[in-house]
Design a protein. Structure first.
Length: 192
């Protein structure tokens, strides 16, 4: 968990925009765009995303996603406090899922991710996490934090393959959706 001392303001805002986009041969990590709204909304209806992603809103429509891009997401990326990013296919730019950087402190940030069913099984989440590691390092952070439900074996595997290590025993915590769940915390030192 992040201590209250870690939550103090960090002077200069995190410049997510200046550090994006980032790409591998197969996956890009970039700002969410209007053209992603349909697939984003579609992805939030997937049973696994509904169960494990703990999204802050109960329902997303393409219109609502575009509204969020213009309001909450714009404010978050401008302030450096939040970046809701697209995980996209590098060649086609098709939206595959989302990676979120939030709870930014002077030394760390938390990441979360989800993929549409057609984005799974191709290494997209792992590639996106490696890109997020570079983003965090270049932003001057020391570590990334993540957490997942203990029964989400797919996400646990992705996190561990990306270099994240479990931190402490699982604990009951409140997810971004407001739901209570048994979660496992993970950390990754981005400096190495």
């Amino acid at each position: 968990m992040v201590s209250p001392r870690d939550r103090q303001p960090y002077g200069e805002p995190m410049n997510f925009r200046g550090l994006l986009p980032r790409s591998t041969d197969t996956v890009s990590l970039r700002e969410l765009e209007y053209g992603d709204a349909d697939r984003y909304a579609e992805g939030t209806t997937d049973p696994d995303v509904r169960r494990f992603a703990h999204l802050p809103e109960a329902q997303y429509t393409p219109r609502r996603v575009r509204e969020l891009i213009d309001s909450t997401l714009e404010q978050g990326i401008t302030s450096g406090a939040l970046a809701v990013l697209a995980i996209a296919d590098t060649r086609t730019e098709q939206f595959l899922g989302s990676l979120v950087v939030y709870d930014v402190t002077p030394t760390s940030a938390e990441v979360g991710f989800w993929l549409l069913p057609d984005g799974r099984g191709r290494g997209a989440a792992g590639a996106a996490l490696r890109l997020a590691k570079g983003l965090a390092r270049d932003a001057g952070l020391h570590r990334l934090r993540a957490r997942t439900m203990v029964d989400n074996t797919a996400s646990r595997g992705v996190l561990e393959r990306a270099g994240f290590t479990p931190e402490g025993p699982p604990s009951v915590d409140t997810a971004p959706s407001g739901e209570t769940a048994t979660m496992q915390d993970f950390t990754l030192d981005v400096r190495g």
